[in-house]
Design a protein around this ligand. Structure first.
Ligand SMILES: Nc1ncnc2c1ncn2[C@@H]1O[C@H](COP(=O)(O)OP(=O)(O)OP(=O)(O)O)[C@@H](O)[C@H]1O
Ligand SMILES: Nc1nc(=O)c2ncn([C@H]3C[C@H](O)[C@@H](CO)O3)c2[nH]1
Length: 228
């Protein structure tokens, strides 16, 4: 890391959230940044969603979204809030997704596809509103791993996660459009921080150059200096 910001010196984490479609390469991106001093990586708590007191909520949501969406989204929101409020020992906290994409992409898609009825969305939004007003959810930078829906779908199928067997291209395209409206066109919901767009269509073999651009932006960011 370019400067020595020891844990005792900085006031709060410089928080970066990594957003993108299913299969866009977030985990791969986070694994790359794991190598740098001063960075704590917080992956999406998928294992918790797969085993909540023995229940695989991710599998239930994909197999019967109308029945399980609210249950699943409630637990996702709790587990993401736990990560947002965790203070890491390293100055830079790199989070995979956020409580914002939970609402702005996934819950929004469920509302539009009627997997969540209006009443459920209202209850979810009351929780979201209270959480934003009473918890420190501040973030300093959003990294948007932007892919085409075709490439995201191709990688998702290839990765072959058991619970995602029923995920259709149309669903990936819907989630893509939610991310585009939120983070690229900025016509959907307010962006809680500046957005850095990465061309995540690039193949693994050459994408590290694109990642390096990101490293400069993160480590020399004015906000990062402000926390020291
Ligand atoms: N730039 C890339 N080029 C080719 N394949 C990639 C690239 N990035 C990731 N992959 C592959 O695509 C699959 C999904 O990648 P990864 O798990 O990083 O995505 P993700 O965004 O974390 O997915 P999810 O949101 O489902 O957790 C993996 O098999 C990974 O090896
Ligand atoms: N419905 C729904 N709501 C969410 O908030 C959410 N966050 C992640 N996911 C799904 C995407 C991948 O399959 C898998 C890993 O990202 O979990 C979600 N699905």
């Amino acid at each position: 890391m370019s400067k020595d910001v020891s844990p005792r010196k900085f006031k709060r984490n410089f928080t970066v959230i990594v957003e993108g479609n299913i299969g866009s390469g977030k985990t791969t991106f986070l694994n790359y940044f794991q190598q740098f001093n001063g960075v704590s990586v917080l992956a999406e708590p998928v294992d918790k969603w797969r085993n909540c007191s023995g229940h695989n909520l991710l599998e239930k949501m994909y197999s019967d979204p109308k029945k399980w969406s609210f249950t699943f989204q409630s637990y996702v929101q709790l587990t993401m809030l736990q990560l947002h409020t965790l203070k890491t020992a390293d100055p830079i906290k790199l989070m995979e997704r956020s409580i914002y994409s939970v609402r702005n992409c996934f819950v929004e898609q469920m509302a539009r596809s009627k997997c969540l009825d209006e009443c459920s969305v209202s209850v979810f939004d009351e929780w979201f509103k209270w959480t934003k007003e009473n918890c420190d959810l501040s973030i300093d930078l959003i990294v948007y791993l932007r892919t085409s829906p075709e490439i995201a779908y191709e990688r998702t199928v290839k990765r072959n996660r058991p619970e995602e067997q029923t995920v259709s291209f149309n669903y990936i395209r819907d989630i893509h459009n939610m991310h585009e409206d939120w983070l690229y066109h900025k016509t959907l919901f307010k962006c809680p921080a500046p957005v850095l767009i990465i061309d995540a269509n690039l193949d693994k073999s050459i994408i590290q150059e694109e990642y390096l651009k990101c490293k400069t932006q993160i480590f020399t960011n004015r906000a990062f200096k402000a926390i020291a």
